[in-house]
Design a protein around this ligand. Structure first.
Ligand code: RB5
Length: 140
């Protein structure tokens, strides 16, 4: 079972809980918060998942805030992180194939729950294509 770090701010809390329930039989989640809908600062949660990857606790993660923008910016401050904000399955497929994204960012106020589930399924099951894309991600 793949181990994934997951974190959110208050805007992403409900979707985080829904994701954990939906993928409970496929994924072991390391939940790095937030643990309620109380207002928090999204950079702390983006950083928490990034650090879990940098420290080798997990190889991939999921981040959720209202738009997915702020929390993905926070994670992408770390050179080892390639966080991709995806709003549809095509973006999730292509960011795995071409960018070897190791963090999936979602906007809970932008997409619905079922779309989020489909995006996650695609993110988890699509392998990096390598080849010419390897040279490119080395330049990031
Ligand atoms: C919080 O209100 C909101 O700003 C946050 O969830 C996110 O959308 C930031 O990018």
């Amino acid at each position: 079972m793949e181990k994934l770090a997951i974190a959110c701010d208050h805007g992403g809390y409900a979707l985080k809980e829904a994701i954990k329930a939906r993928f409970a039989d496929k994924v072991e989640f390391i939940d790095l918060g937030a643990h309620s809908i109380d207002s928090v600062d999204y950079p702390e949660y983006g950083q928490a998942v990034a650090k879990a990857i940098v420290d080798g606790d997990v190889t991939r993660g999921i981040l959720i805030c209202g738009t997915g923008i702020g929390i993905s910016i926070a994670a992408n401050r770390f050179p080892e992180i390639r966080a991709a904000l995806c709003t549809d399955v095509t973006m999730a497929r292509l960011t795995r194939l071409h960018n070897d994204a190791n963090v999936l960012a979602l906007g809970a106020r932008i997409i619905g729950e079922e779309v989020a589930f489909d995006i996650i399924e695609t993110f988890l099951t699509t392998e990096f294509e390598g080849g010419r894309h390897l040279n490119r991600i080395k330049k990031l």
